[in-house]
Write a protein that binds this ligand. Structure first.
Ligand code: CP
Length: 308
């Protein structure tokens, strides 16, 4: 079945059936990744450019591996070493890359809305790999895949997103996706990090982390973005850790077998203790593994899509 969406700019407005289709197709690709030869000819002849204007480890490598395992020609662009340092504009850079006949662009950029802008200036299929504090849809898709794989469903599950909700593209994409898939979503964090109108999106707000642990099946623990001035939203890192850090003591005290996700990179000892980050509740590296399968699924479905 073809996707209704032509690009993936975010999960806002993406239908339940499209998300279901991407997650179901990812199961097939996860099986491919578990074979000795982890490659299929599905996107042979297609060219994908990974246009990264912001740093990344997981997303960039995951997309590149997904493209290679689908037999697409994969090209990586990063700002360092490019003609951006000579003053070339974003639009000129993209137009020049597209002139080399590319089919798909995977883009990460510090400015919200850049993936949408790309759809206005190119004919390529565009996938958002994280735009500013707007959305990070493939992270949310792999989070949902991982939850569903572990707990068997999304519908009716209680999922709490913990941390800096106001400045997190992971949070927003998870909220849109999980609500569409029938999960009950809440957010937890200091009041300074919870947007005033967040309830309008259909989520509950919890300010007490122990309550969040007791009431939920899943905690998606966000990274405190120290490079984005997150420190100014709470008095000290030690205080954030004391009130919102996920520790073994806290999980044991609440006696709850909660599933812990984290999108990475982890700040050990800040939002999550090392014991929890490496412990029995978490599936952090499984998320990373699943990310390749989910991105293969998305690239395949968008790259072979036919107009209805
Ligand atoms: N989760 C995530 O987006 O990590 P990277 O910044 O390493 O891609």
């Amino acid at each position: 079945m073809s996707l209704q969406i032509k690009h993936l700019l975010g999960l806002e407005g993406v239908s339940n059936s499209d998300i279901q289709n991407i997650l179901d197709t990812a199961i097939t690709f996860k099986n491919v990744l578990n074979r000795p030869i982890k490659k299929v000819p599905t996107l042979q002849g297609k060219t994908v450019v990974n246009l990264f204007y912001e740093n990344s480890t997981r997303t960039r490598i995951s997309f590149e591996l997904a493209e290679k395992r689908l037999s697409a020609d994969s090209v990586n662009f990063s700002v360092s070493g490019s003609a951006v340092s000579k003053g070339e504009t974003f639009k000129d850079t993209v137009k020049n890359i597209e002139a080399m006949k590319v089919d798909m662009i995977v883009v990460r950029h510090a400015s919200a809305g850049v993936p949408y802008f790309l759809t206005q200036i190119t004919d390529s299929i565009v996938i958002n790999a994280g735009d500013g504090i707007h959305e990070h849809p493939t992270q949310a898709l792999l989070d949902m895949y991982s939850i569903r794989e572990k707990l068997g469903r999304l519908e009716g599950l209680k999922v709490c997103i913990v941390g800096d909700i106001a400045h997190s593209r992971v949070a927003l994409s998870n909220i849109y996706g999980l609500i569409t898939m029938g999960a009950k979503v809440s957010v937890c964090g200091p009041a300074t990090m919870i947007p005033a109108k967040i309830k309008d999106l259909g989520v509950d707000v919890i300010y007490n982390i122990d309550e969040a642990i007791q009431e939920n099946d899943v905690l998606n623990v966000l990274r405190i973005q120290l490079e984005r001035k997150a420190r100014s939203y709470f008095p000290s890192i030690r205080e954030y850790n004391k009130f919102y850090g996920i520790t073994e003591e806290r999980l044991e005290k609440n006696g709850k077998d909660v599933l812990i996700l984290h999108p990475g990179p982890i700040n050990r000892g800040v939002e999550i203790s090392s014991a929890v980050a490496d412990g029995k509740h978490q599936i952090i590296l499984e998320q990373v593994t699943n990310g390749v399968a989910v991105r293969m699924s998305l690239l395949y479905l968008l790259g072979t899509r036919t107009e209805a």
